[in-house]
Design a protein around this ligand. Structure first.
Ligand code: NDP
Length: 494
C-alpha cells in the first residue's frame, strides 16, 4: 500500500499548505524499505509563519467558552472514528506497528484520549485561599499561550493527541511537529482539524527535521512552552536551548524499565505479561521492560518459559492481521539494534534467544525477539535504552538486590514487581526511583492515570488531570475588601 498519489499538507493559519520553499521528504515503509508518501519538508520560515498564526489566534481562543472548545475536540474525535480503518492502515504502513496493534490500540486510544481530555478538561479549577479576612484571594488557571509540541514515531497519532487535546482544552494555541519518519496520520489530523471547524491558527502542524524545524520551534520567542516526547539526549539539547529564554520544557524521555520477578510470583501471569510488554510494538514502547531481575527460586523456570513463549511470537508483514510483531520503525533502528546485539554477544552475555530474520523479511527493518542472560547489571545491556525487541535477564537473591539494581540507572520511567505478597511488593515499590510502578501488571497506560518518569526519563506527567499542570499556570488574584490597603507607611505619606 502507498500514498504516493496523495498530497499531504501542513496546516498553518487555517490553511492546508506545502512548505514555504516547496521542499518535500520521503516517507518509507519499514516493512519493505519502499517510499510510500511525500510530505512537506519545512524550514525555519514555516516555523515563523506558524508561530505568527498561533500568536494571533491565542487571545480569541483563550476567550472561547470552554464548552465550545470541548465541542470542537469531540468533533475531531468523531472524524477520527469515521476514518478509523484508513488511519489504522496508514499508521501500520508508516512505522510498522502491526495492524492488530494499530486497530486495537493506536486509533481507539487516540479517540479515547481526545474525548477524555475534552470532558475532564472542563472541570479544571483554580483555588481560593483564606489569606486575609479583609481580602478574597484566589488563583485562576491561565493557558500558557502558544505551545510547541514535538512528538516521536512509536505511537505517532496517540502521542500527538495526548499533547494537543489537553493543550487545546485549556485554551492554548499549538504548533505540532510530528516525527519525520512517520507524520502521515498527524497530517490527516490537520485535515480533520479544518473539517471540524477549529479557528484559524489554533492548530498548526508542520513537518520537517527536528534539528532544524524542531529547534526553530524551541528557539522561537513567541512559543511559550515546549512539550517534547523522545530520546533523552534530544531532550537535554532542547532543555539547554530553551533555557536561553527561560522557556519551560515538558519532557517525556527514554527509559530502561525493569521487571522484578520474585520467587512467589504466579508464573503463568508473569510469563505472559513479560513477553507481551517486552515485545509488543517490537519493544518500541517507552514503558517496555528491557531488564528483568528474577529471584533465584523461580529463575530457571521463568527463563525457560519466557524464552519458549517469546519463540511463539509471529513476526511478519504488519499488514497481516495475524502478525504480532512487525519491523522496527526504520532501517536506522535495525542497524543500531544489530550493532547493540553484536556488542552484547562480544561482551560475554549469553544469548538465550535470537533467531535469524526470515529471508522474505530481509528487505525490511526486522529484528527478531532477542533475549540475553546478563552477567552484570552495569553492562550496557542492562543500562542503555535499546528501544527494540532486545532484553537482558539477571538472577537476584533478595528483594533488596532488586531495589538497588533498579535504582542504579540514570533512567526512572517505570518498573513492575511480580509477587503474591502485596505487602512486600508495596515495600519494594515505595523504594523504587520511577514515575510509575505496577504490581502484577506492566505497560498498563490509560488516559485516567498519570504517565511520566523521573531522573533522565524526564519529570513530566501526561494523561490524567495532572497533565493540565503542564499547559496552564496559576494566576494569583488578590481582591482587597478594605477601603484602604494597609501599608507600613499608613498616615505618613497621604
Ligand atoms: P527523537 O528524540 O529522535 O525524536 C522525537 C522528536 O523530536 C521528533 O519529532 C524529532 O524530529 C524531534 N527532534 C529530533 N532532534 C531534535 C532537536 N534537536 N530539536 C528539536 N526536536 C528534535 O525520538 P524518537 O522519535 O526516536 O522516539 C524514541 C524515543 O522516544 C525513545 O527514547 C523513547 O523512550 C522516547 N519515548 C518516550 C516516551 C515517554 O512517555 N517517556 C513515550 C514515547 C517515546 P525528527 O523525527 O525530524 O528527527
Amino acid at each position: 500500500m502507498d500514498y504516493l498519489g496523495y498530497e499531504f499538507k501542513n496546516l498553518v493559519d487555517g490553511r492546508l499548505c506545502g512548505a514555504v520553499r516547496g521542499g518535500v521528504m520521503d516517507i518509507i515503509n519499514p516493512a519493505d524499505n519502499k517510499v510510500i508518501a511525500k510530505v512537506p519538508r519545512c524550514t525555519t520560515e514555516d516555523v515563523d509563519l506558524a508561530a505568527a498564526a498561533a500568536k494571533k489566534a491565542r487571545q480569541a481562543w483563550k476567550d472561547t467558552y470552554i464548552g465550545d472548545r470541548a465541542d470542537l475536540l469531540m468533533k475531531l474525535a468523531d472524524i477520527i472514528r469515521k476514518n478509523f480503518d484508513e488511519l489504522a492502515d496508514m499508521e501500520t504502513a508508516q512505522y510498522g506497528g502491526p495492524l492488530s496493534k494499530t486497530r486495537n490500540f493506536d486509533i481507539p486510544a487516540a479517540i479515547g484520549e481526545i474525548e477524555f481530555m475534552a470532558g475532564i478538561g472542563r472541570s479544571v479549577t483554580g483555588t481560593t485561599i483564606s489569606a486575609d479576612p479583609a481580602a478574597r484571594v484566589m488563583t485562576f488557571r491561565e493557558p500558557l499561550g502558544v505551545v510547541g509540541l514535538i512528538t516521536p514515531w512509536n505511537f505517532p497519532l496517540v502521542t500527538a493527541v495526548s499533547k494537543l487535546a489537553p493543550a487545546l482544552i485549556t485554551g492554548n494555541t499549538c504548533i505540532l511537529k510530528p516525527p519525520s519518519c512517520a507524520p502521515l496520520t498527524v497530517l490527516k489530523l490537520a485535515e480533520y482539524a479544518v473539517e471540524a471547524g477549529f479557528p484559524e491558527g489554533v492548530i498548526n502542524i508542520i513537518t520537517g527535521p527536528g534539528s532544524e524545524v524542531g529547534e526553530a520551534l524551541v528557539n522561537h520567542p513567541d512559543v511559550n512552552k515546549i512539550s517534547f516526547t523522545g530520546d533523552s539526549h534530544v531532550g537535554k539539547r532542547i532543555m539547554k536551548l530553551a533555557s536561553a529564554y527561560v522557556k519551560p520544557v515538558a519532557s517525556e524521555l527514554g527509559g530502561k524499565n525493569a521487571m522484578i520477578v520474585l520467587s512467589d510470583a504466579e508464573i503463568d501471569s508473569v510469563v505472559e505479561a513479560a513477553v507481551y510488554s517486552a515485545f509488543f510494538n517490537s519493544g518500541q514502547n517507552c514503558g517496555s521492560p528491557s531488564r528483568f531481575f528474577v529471584q533465584a527460586g523461580i529463575y530457571e523456570e521463568f527463563v525457560d518459559r519466557f524464552v519458549a513463549a517469546a519463540r511463539k511470537i509471529v513476526v511478519g508483514n504488519p499488514m497481516d492481521p495475524e502478525t504480532m510483531m512487525g519491523p522496527l520503525a526504520y532501517m536506522g533502528c535495525k542497524d543500531t539494534t544489530e550493532r547493540f546485539i553484536e556488542q552484547a554477544k562480544k561482551s560475554g552475555s549469553r544469548l538465550l534467544l535470537g533467531e535469524p530474520v526470515a529471508p522474505e523479511l530481509c528487505a525490511g527493518a526486522y529484528v527478531m525477539p532477542t533475549i540475553f542472560e546478563a552477567y552484570d547489571a552495569t553492562q550496557d545491556l542492562m543500562q542503555e535504552e535499546i528501544f527494540a525487541p532486545v532484553v537482558g535477564i539477571m538472577k537476584i537473591d533478595t528483594p533488596d538486590d532488586a531495589v538497588r539494581l533498579v535504582n542504579d540507572c540514570r533512567y526512572g520511567l517505570c518498573a513492575s514487581v511480580w509477587s503474591r505478597d502485596f505487602r512486600l511488593a508495596l515495600k519494594i515499590i515505595d523504594r523504587l526511583e520511577v514515575g510509575t510502578a505496577w504490581v502484577n501488571q506492566h505497560l498498563k497506560i490509560v488516559p485516567e492515570t498519570p504517565w511520566g518518569g523521573c531522573k533522565e526519563s524526564g519529570w513530566t506527567k501526561e494523561n490524567s488531570v495532572l497533565v493540565f499542570d503542564e499547559y496552564t499556570f496559576h494566576k494569583h488574584i488578590w481582591l482587597n475588601l478594605d477601603e484602604h490597603p494597609h501599608t507600613f507607611w499608613e498616615g505618613k505619606i497621604t
